[in-house]
Design a binder for this molecule. Structure first.
Ligand code: GLU
Length: 449
């Protein structure tokens, strides 16, 4: 149980723990939101009367299915597929799919739960959902990935649609996988329905900036937090964990905004390059060759590769965790603060443990939680849906401008909401409360459904 949960909310959290045993990441995500909601029930007693918190914690629908496929050796493999359609108060369920061996219902539910509030914060008409599989794309051949995606979609297609549920990418699901999934959906349904998936290729309904959006958006969000403190990225030393899609485009935007990223990582270790990470090389290694980050030092002898190292040991002013959940613990957070870090922007979902979050908030540094800071990805997915609906495609400049405005609005909304609820500068409360209220109002309007 949590000492920080208001006594009116506490029994609801207990019920969540009892009804969802073993789903520790889901418990963590729910606890973090519920800790912010006590004062909201004081201002909005109607939310308690309508049991909005209880209802929001229970997914509208959860789908679990078998995904059988045949590997290159002719052996039958079986994975498990998930789609949790969490909340459709504001629009069709929207959220990515994660292919990673760690995926189980508790991970999909934590991601789906966070997605509800993140998507509400974008101000665009999208509900929250998430999906995925325990399939591990690492080391699989191109044709194995294709066969897996086709089998996955052979079940998923009956649950999704442009007005129902619109999946996209997440860890292990990028443009290649979306292509195979879209192809199979089109084949089974006999419909060229662009709006059913986002993150599509640019030649077949995708949006410019979607690839860059999560990383660019996270950097824009940090830029806004720094502006409030009369500061900027200019001349700042930054650490960006991960080296996947979010990490790469976070580093790109940091450079454009005047900062310097000196370290990035993958699950085996990290690279430290004091001259600044060579982004073209990282793109070549990760996006084209699909290799491990350790090969960076093959051509860049001056850089260091630290196997199994802790990237948060390196002193920096801005840290942007962009790998995965719970990658910064209490000790890491304390080390970052001690080494002079003044801003954290979470590109990943829930990358900081509750102990770590406490350290950042108590230190009073600018801490942008994932559901606000990384909302640029899903926001640009919603812009892709807009373009698909009007059979239009926008320029890079126009789309990036829309993304920048959305991130500025999210920042303003979180900042003002934190102030209104008596916790100035606390973006965790700001994001949780602003996101929750928007969804709660819609749910009240719809009656008991
Ligand atoms: N997986 C991303 C997220 O965590 C993007 C989801 C989407 O574009 O629908 O928000």
């Amino acid at each position: 149980m949590s000492p920080n949960i208001d006594e009116k909310v506490e029994p609801i959290f207990k019920e969540v723990l009892d009804r969802n045993p073993g789903e520790i990441e889901f418990h963590q995500a729910v606890r973090e939101v519920l800790e912010s909601l006590g004062p909201v029930l004081v201002k909005h007693p109607e939310f308690a009367d309508h049991k909005i918190i209880e209802r929001i914690c229970e997914p509208e629908r959860q789908i679990i299915f078998r995904v059988p496929w045949v590997d290159d050796n002719g052996i039958v493999q079986i994975n498990r597929g998930f789609r949790v359609e969490f909340n459709s108060a504001l629009g069709p369920y929207k959220g990515g799919m994660r292919f990673h061996p760690s995926v189980y219902l508790g991970i999909v539910k934590f991601l789906g739960f966070e997605q509800i509030f993140k998507n509400a914060l974008t101000g665009l008409p999208i509900g929250g959902g998430k999906g995925g599989s325990d399939f591990d794309p690492k080391g699989k051949s191109e044709s194995e990935v294709m066969r897996f995606c086709q089998s996955f979609m052979t079940e998923l297609y009956r649950h999704i649609g442009e007005h129902t549920d619109v999946p996209a990418g997440d860890i292990g699901v990028g443009g290649r996988e979306i292509g195979y999934l879209f192809g199979q959906y089109k084949r089974i349904t006999n419909r060229w329905e662009a709006g059913v998936l986002t993150g599509k290729g640019l030649d077949w309904g995708g949006s410019l900036v979607r690839t860059e959006a999560t990383g660019y958006g996270a950097a824009f969000f940090v830029d806004e937090m720094l502006k409030v403190r009369k500061d900027s990225f200019d001349g700042k030393t930054c650490i960006v964990s991960g080296s996947g899609n979010v990490s790469i485009y976070t580093m790109e935007k940091i450079t454009q905004l005047g900062g310097k990223t000196v370290a990035c990582s993958d699950s085996n270790g990290y690279i430290y390059d004091e001259k600044g990470i060579d982004l073209d090389l990282v793109k070549q290694i990760k996006e084209i060759e699909r290799r491990r980050i350790s090969v960076y030092t093959d051509t860049h002898k001056h850089a260091k590769y630290i196997a199994k190292g802790n990237i948060w040991e390196i002193p920096c002013q801005v840290a942007m965790p962009s790998a995965t959940q719970n990658e910064i613990n209490g000790k890491d957070a304390a080390l970052l603060v001690k080494n002079g870090c003044i801003a954290i922007g979470e590109g990943a979902n829930m990358p900081t443990t509750p102990e770590g979050v406490k350290v950042f908030l108590e230190a009073g540094i600018a801490y942008g939680p994932g559901k606000a800071a990384n909302a640029g990805g899903v926001a640009t997915s919603a812009l892709e849906m807009q373009q698909n609906a009007s059979r239009d495609s926008w320029t890079f400049e126009y789309t990036e401008d829309r993304l920048r405005q959305i991130m500025q609005n999210i920042h303003k909304n979180c900042y003002e909401t934190a102030d209104e609820y008596g916790t100035p500068g606390n973006y965790v409360n700001g994001a949780n409360i602003a996101g929750f209220i928007k969804v709660a109002k819609a749910m009240v309007a719809f009656g008991v459904i």
